[in-house]
Design a binder for this molecule. Structure first.
Ligand code: ZN
Ligand code: ZN
Length: 334
């Protein structure tokens, strides 16, 4: 969904490397140029529509929808978010663990429910985000402000650096997966059936919900809360929170984002150690439902080769580059 166009008015390619560096050092620089952007009207229409429809769905939750429909919407929100986190993010973008085909199939179906463009596109944008964080080549460059990194980047055409530098990111491993290839090829029909038609049909069939309630609550309202919960990782978790592992980067540890996104708010850790399947150091599944999900499938053998970071490496890194807020090793900082 919502892939941006590839040009951005107001930029000259020859200037962009210089600007990347300057922007990273000083986010306030060059604002006039930053906002000379080209709007992607198709995405404005899509986002505008489903936000209005989702708002109406929220109203219906309190007025006429059945409780079962609201519970079903929340269930789909959790399932979709887990598809993004455990699937597109930790399995496919970072290869933080391996999964047998039944789990990969399940995750791709869950990812389709989430309506975030499919595994291939999501993982591609995310690899570019990690490789070029907080530069013009970062699709949701947080130096351009909270709104841009949250959802504004979807409303504008891409900065040329995102496309040009992103070309160097290797995605061949994903294309070797037939399940990912299938989803990529048939994304739109799959999306309509799995994320729109079935979630509308099921409440109508199973508990006699009306068409309007089923559609506006279990589809539109659910999509809005699901998208915002994931977008907060790019916006709030790149702006607010402690930086116990690396004080020189934007990503931060944000508990609220972790709760809302099922476990992806421990973002200072994640950008420091992106290959850890937990995307967090914290044990006991602390606001990290996605880790519990992966652990369950590891228990039955569908997930394996789970990568974690050795304690000594975390300690060294936190002591060397953290902001001093680490619970165990923070006291070593001045
Ligand atoms: Zn990030
Ligand atoms: Zn990541």
């Amino acid at each position: 969904m919502l892939s941006n166009h590839t040009t951005l008015l107001g930029y000259k390619n020859s200037d962009s490397d210089k600007r990347s560096k300057e922007t990273r050092l000083n986010p306030k620089i060059d604002k006039k140029t930053l906002f000379k952007t080209d709007i992607c009207w198709r995405n404005v229409a899509i986002l505008g529509y489903y936000h209005l429809a989702g708002l109406y769905g929220f109203y219906l939750v309190f007025t006429s929808a059945k409780v079962a429909t609201t519970i079903f919407a929340i269930f789909l929100y959790i399932v979709g978010d887990l598809g993004i986190l455990a699937g597109s993010h930790r399995l496919y973008a970072h290869r933080a663990y391996k999964a047998k085909w039944p789990l990969r199939l399940l995750l791709v179906i869950m990812d389709t429910i989430a309506f975030e463009g499919g595994v291939y596109q999501w993982a591609r944008e995310h690899r570019v985000h990690h490789k070029f964080s907080e530069t013009d080549a970062d699709p949701h460059n947080a130096t351009r402000g909270f709104f841009f990194s949250h959802m504004g980047w979807l409303l504008l055409k891409k900065h040329p650096d995102v496309t040009n530098k992103g070309k160097g990111v290797d995605m061949s491993d994903l294309l070797e997966d037939p399940i990912v290839r299938f989803q990529k090829r048939y994304y739109w029909p799959l999306l309509f059936v799995i994320s729109f038609i079935l979630p509308t049909f099921i409440p109508m069939r199973l508990w006699n919900e009306t068409l309007s309630n089923a559609y506006h609550v279990a589809v539109m309202f659910r999509v809005v809360i699901s998208h915002h919960s994931i977008w907060l990782v790019n916006s709030a978790a790149h702006a607010y929170g402690n930086k116990p592992y690396d004080r020189d980067i934007y990503p931060a540890e944000n508990k609220i984002v972790s709760i809302l996104s099922m476990g992806e708010g421990w973002h200072n850790y994640h950008h420091t150690f992106p290959w850890d399947y937990k995307a967090s150091e914290l044990g006991f599944y602390k606001f990290n439902f996605a880790t519990a999900f992966i652990d369950f499938f590891a228990l039955i053998g569908w997930a394996y080769d789970l990568k974690i970071v050795p304690q000594e490496m975390i300690e060294k890194r936190a002591s060397r580059s953290g902001d001093g807020s680490h619970a165990k090793w923070g006291s070593k900082q001045e």
